[in-house]
Write a protein that binds this ligand. Structure first.
Ligand SMILES: [Zn+2]
Length: 293
């Protein structure tokens, strides 16, 4: 058995370049820093520092073909931002390195050189790092926002996504809308739209039908209220119980309900005029009439 000293005889630039070439022949595929370290007599960080980056070192050794001009000038921050953008465009909370390369032309090699792994890019972009992550529908994301809004009695903040009672994580929102602010904007827009749709079905019925219904409040097929109407009632009533005035924003632990004034089971409609915000105490205290939306 032949023992070799795991050091180079000299560490001139040329010696490092030769070592890069030698090791490159020993490995399959891209010469990453970690692959290099498995075979090299000099540590990859030494090479990287000498040439001002691993990509530059590879180029010096004629191994840098895959590093595009764009990849050389782009900053790490820009790469992370790009990953976010593309995930958003693809409507996913998880992005593969391959997808990223297809959309940007920035190769895996660049990612490995800069970040050590693709996972690191995903982490920094606040994307899921495993493909198995549960996919939430827009509806679930919006419902979660409304629940949090009711829970806190005010607009929920980003940090609150990461703790109960939130059941959709922050990453799902960032992955889909790019930022928490944009997610909130999308929520409000969705609430306006579903409220509008609600009004169209409830109010804009043909005039012949209106007569038929005259005197009797029109009842929707279902007592369940759209996200839009619930949000509208909460905003109208300032996220506080209309009887006792308590709000979760001030009286922690207050639980808000949306109440049908005339119970739905007794023909009460889903019209805003028949809806109000109550705390759970006032709601449960009202006996026969009570109905939890
Ligand atoms: Zn109350």
């Amino acid at each position: 058995m032949k023992f070799e000293l795991q050091t180079l005889d000299s560490y001139e630039d040329d010696d490092l370049v030769e070592e890069l070439k030698r090791v490159s022949d020993l490995v399959n595929g891209r010469l990453t820093m970690s692959k290099f370290d498995e075979h090299s007599k000099v540590h990859s960080s030494t090479v990287r520092n000498r040439f001002n980056g691993w990509g530059n070192a590879l180029e010096k050794a004629g191994l840098g073909d895959e590093v595009s001009p764009q990849a050389r000038t782009i900053t790490d921050k820009q790469i992370v931002a790009l990953a976010k953008d593309i995930a958003q465009k693809l409507n996913t909370v998880f992005l593969t390195n391959k997808q990223f390369t297809q959309h940007t032309g920035i190769g895996q090699k660049t990612i490995l050189n800069r970040f050590g792994s693709w996972k690191e890019v995903l982490k920094r972009a606040e994307l899921e790092t495993v493909a198995l992550g549960r996919r939430y529908s827009d509806e679930e994301c919006f419902e979660n926002i409304l629940n949090l809004w009711m829970h806190y009695g005010r607009q929920p903040n980003y940090a609150e996504l990461k703790q109960p009672p939130s059941n959709v994580g922050a990453k799902a929102y960032i992955g889909r809308w790019g930022s928490w602010r944009k997610a909130l904007r999308a929520f409000v827009e969705n609430a306006s739209n579903t409220d509008k749709a609600n009004q169209e079905t409830e109010v804009n019925k043909p005039s012949e039908l209106k007569e038929e219904y005259e005197g009797t409040p029109k009842q929707a097929k279902s007592r369940s209220l759209s996200l839009g109407i619930r949000y509208k009632i909460l905003v109208r009533d300032n996220f506080r119980c209309v009887i006792c005035g308590r709000s979760p924003a001030i009286n922690l632990g207050t639980i808000l309900h949306i109440d049908h004034i005339l119970a739905w089971s007794k023909g009460g409609s889903n019209d805003p005029s028949n809806l109000r915000v109550l705390c759970s105490d006032c709601n449960f205290g009202k006996g026969d009439n009570h109905e939890i939306a």
